[in-house]
Design a binder for this molecule. Structure first.
Ligand code: ASP
Ligand code: MG
Length: 449
């Protein structure tokens, strides 16, 4: 059975409403290998939950946000052929959501925040299992917290691979023999059974982790675009979908801002050589992108990505000339707060590096703590307003003329930092956020049009 297992993951826009869910259900039942379905929350729901968990609000405002979520979920239930079969369970979940939203400590307790954030996936998986059942297939809604064991780092929990594999084989595998199992992306539980989440966009990661645990052959990521594009088509209109990508290229693209995949998704796929497919649930006939170990072609330029909300931190000490342990101290503090640094430049008395800083994120909180601690050992200067633009490809440090073509395309812009050569798959620039869309357009024209 597991040899031909396919796991299908559907993103928020794919399960945004009843009609969208029906498209997805057809994709699932048309492929008999698909026995596990991982869903995101319906589009918009997680954003509402994040605002409830992070923004101080009046009781009235809390009520309004809750009502917006209720409206999304109720519209789906009302479209079901037999709403009564699902309604009591949905009402229980909505009650749990309201209780958390109004909880006195919601803004201060990370465990409560995660429990609240999990509600979107728990509701969409319930509803989607009903939509599959309507297509005449036995389907169950499986609580992923039984198998998706994580540590207790709420908001950005780290999956515990051995436990996930053992638990999935024991508790999930038997279920897929008799039903299509619909479960929640993004959500996990720690050893005490407390609900955790894997970080925004984490549902792809869940699908890949379950694919790894059950040795699936294929992990399908269904979204609202027909594959991974050369760049975001909203920035460069001539962007086009890529038929194939290697695991390494896809990992670089996701890490450096391509929104279609969560950055950690490729790790499990790579470890167990699970092929990943990205396609549009609205137009499955258009095909999509296959991500795998060996590609037919390894072009020097494959894609351009942009990651927004970057800050540049410069730490400076006149002592650096003599103090050899300074870099180690700086990176020790960064590591302690579990931040990952992407670009680094050094000069004799200073080091600059970039950090991801999206609003209301765990990263934002960690950045503040990190910077405060750095200030105890050196001068720190923090600059905002940057984006990171990355060209992803192959053999970039060894192929002739690769960098000159890229630099020619961006010559008229002010580049604040450049990173090249650390691996063969990327060349990155830190640029002013007001320039980044133009830079992506210029690069796309030069490299792909
Ligand atoms: N619903 C979560 C989010 O919006 C996880 C996901 O969609 O992948 O971040
Ligand atoms: Mg996503």
């Amino acid at each position: 059975m597991s040899k031909s297992l396919t796991i299908a993951k559907f993103g928020g826009t794919s399960v945004a409403n009843y009609a969208a869910m029906q498209n997805c259900a057809r994709i699932v039942v048309n492929n008999t290998a698909t026995r596990i379905v991982v869903v995101s929350a319906a589009a918009g729901v997680t954003n509402h939950l994040v605002s409830l968990a992070h923004t101080p609000m009046t009781q009235e405002q809390i009520g309004e946000v809750c009502n917006a979520i209720v409206a999304i979920e109720m519209a789906i239930v009302d479209s079901l052929a037999e709403p009564a079969a699902v309604l009591p369970k949905l009402n229980d979940l909505l009650d749990e959501m309201r209780e958390l939203a109004y909880h006195e400590e919601i803004l201060h307790r990370d465990d409560l925040k995660d429990q609240l954030l999990s509600m979107g996936e728990r509701m969409s998986s319930l509803l989607f299992s009903a939509v599959i059942a309507e297509q005449g297939q036995p389907a169950i809604n499986f609580d992923v917290r039984k198998v998706l064991r994580t540590d207790s780092e709420f908001g950005e929990a780290v999956p515990q691979l051995e436990e996930i594999s053992a638990l999935s084989q024991r508790l999930l595998q038997p279920e897929i023999e008799h039903a299509i199992v619909v479960t929640q992306g993004f959500v996990g539980a720690d050893e005490q059974g407390k609900t955790t989440t894997l970080g925004r966009g984490g549902s792809d990661f869940t699908a890949a982790l379950l694919a790894e645990a059950l040795h699936a052959e294929v992990c399908e990521i269904w979204t609202d675009v027909a594959g991974v594009y050369t760049t975001d088509p909203r920035i460069a209109e001539k962007a086009h979908p890529l038929p194939e990508l290697s695991f390494e290229e896809a990992a670089e693209m996701a890490t450096f801002g391509a929104k279609v995949l969560h950055p950690a998704t490729m790790e499990p796929a790579l470890r167990k050589n699970v092929k990943v497919f990205v396609g549009s649930s609205k137009a499955p006939e258009q095909g999509g992108t296959w991500i795998m170990r060996d590609c037919e072609h390894e072009p020097p330029y494959r894609a351009i990505t942009r990651r927004k909300d970057q800050v540049m931190v410069t730490v400076k000490t006149p002592k650096m000339m003599y103090a050899q342990g300074f870099l180690q101290q700086v990176f020790g503090i960064i590591a302690k707060h579990r931040l990952s640094v992407d670009l680094v430049t050094t000069s004799e008395i200073s080091v600059s590096f970039t950090l991801d800083n999206p609003a209301n994120s765990v990263a934002q909180r960690l950045n503040k703590e990190t910077i405060a601690e750095l200030e105890t050992i050196c001068d720190v200067n923090v600059e905002h307003g940057f984006d990171l633009v990355t060209v992803v490809g192959n053999h970039m440090q060894t192929a002739k003329g690769v960098s000159s073509k890229i630099f020619a395309a961006v010559s008229q812009y002010n580049l604040r930092m450049i990173c090249f050569g650390a691996n063969p798959h990327n060349l990155s620039f830190l640029v002013n956020e007001s320039d980044s869309a133009d830079i992506v357009q210029h690069l796309h024209k030069a490299l792909f049009e």
